[in-house]
Design a protein. Sequence first.
Length: 470
Amino acid sequence: MKRPTQIYAAFIDNPITALGTTTVAVYLLVVIGATASLGDAAAACTTWPICSGATNDLTMAVATGHRLLAFLTGVLLLATTYAIVYGDTSGRVTAPIAVALVLYPLQMAHGALLSITAGSPPIPWLHLGFGLTIFGTLVLALAWQLEYETGSADEPLHSEDMECANSELSSVATILSEQPLGTRLKGRMFAYFQLMKPRLMWLLCLVAVAAMALAAGSALETREILLTIGGGVLAIGASGTFNHVFERDVDRKMSRTNDRPLVTHQLPKRNAILFGIALTVLSTIIFLQLNSLTAALGLIAILFYSVIYTLVLKPNTVQNTVIGGAAGALPALIGWAAVTGRIGITGIALAAVIFVWTPAHFYNLALAYKEDYARGGFPMMSVVRGETTTRKHIVLWLGTTLAATTVLIWFTQLSWLVAVTTAFVGIIFLWATIRLHHEQTKQAAFRAFHASNAYLGAVLLAIVVDAIVI
């Protein structure tokens, strides 16, 4: 077992360890501070720095624990500053650390003001604002230090330099035609199922359900849930189908997509187009059972993903993933509108979380399939600007996602359940991202990709339970 002095030395001598640990500590401090339960504790404990009430009282224990964590985090910040100043670090890292050092005492002073004013300061969001700013500076410092220690000069890839994937699947339709009728029907049905991109459905539907839960709470009706999920599944299926149609020629060049039904001629293009239209019509009819705004948003989602993202953004700009995040964010607005018949600020806040999460999620896939995207001629971040820049952006967008989730918790007065969930799974996501910087393998990229899925799925489930049950 390592001695405390050895642990301290390892912390001081490793700037990434120091920055990562302090970033996590600050995030824990901020996200716990954003919950409604801590607000109650602050109102109950009106002395500072020590609560004068009974320590066995839950609210007093929460307030005391928060202040103890704040003190320990301050110590970590000082130790991290030492590691940055005297360690092998990027010169850019000094500035954000200096900002954090200046703001942290102000944050603690404002925390004392919160206690004195019984949790009702003149500017209630200022404490959260200070905390998120400190967290943001540490995320920026961590991203720059990871780039400094693990980065390399990447050359952009060009489609003309890549050999197209060797597809031996063009005869699938011929092979199926020689099978018994039952086998052919099963193969045809599965091909239509593939067109709908079913892997996208669970998470996007969960986004809509979380928005509905925030809008209606325990009053959420089963009918509303079923209609929204039903219309959402069909809308996702329509978007996926049109994506298959529009990208069929490019899919032929890429190893991960050259087995798709239109590439292998399992289905004719005409049938796929008619199938997409039918799904769009059915989705609209189902959404209209809720209200016209939900139906309109469903059509906008199909149009955005099928046309704006697939035809305009994806093949033409390196920011395709960032702007395209709007497609994944729209289910939050659909879910909110399904219950309320309008677009509310809370629905927009949840949509913002999905929007900023998308690059942190999808850039991992862009790293894993970098050569494939280059073959297809898509200007993904990893293809155009290289792996080092892409990994840095994953850290930055991950930090933005954690911050946006914290704002959502504070704004909607969600409880400790969502705070604990985002902290726990967020730490796993951050760990996987840091490992990605050091390992730089396809396996590490997939690990971070799955961690991003786990993060959003867990947070959305926690929101549903919190809003409906707690």
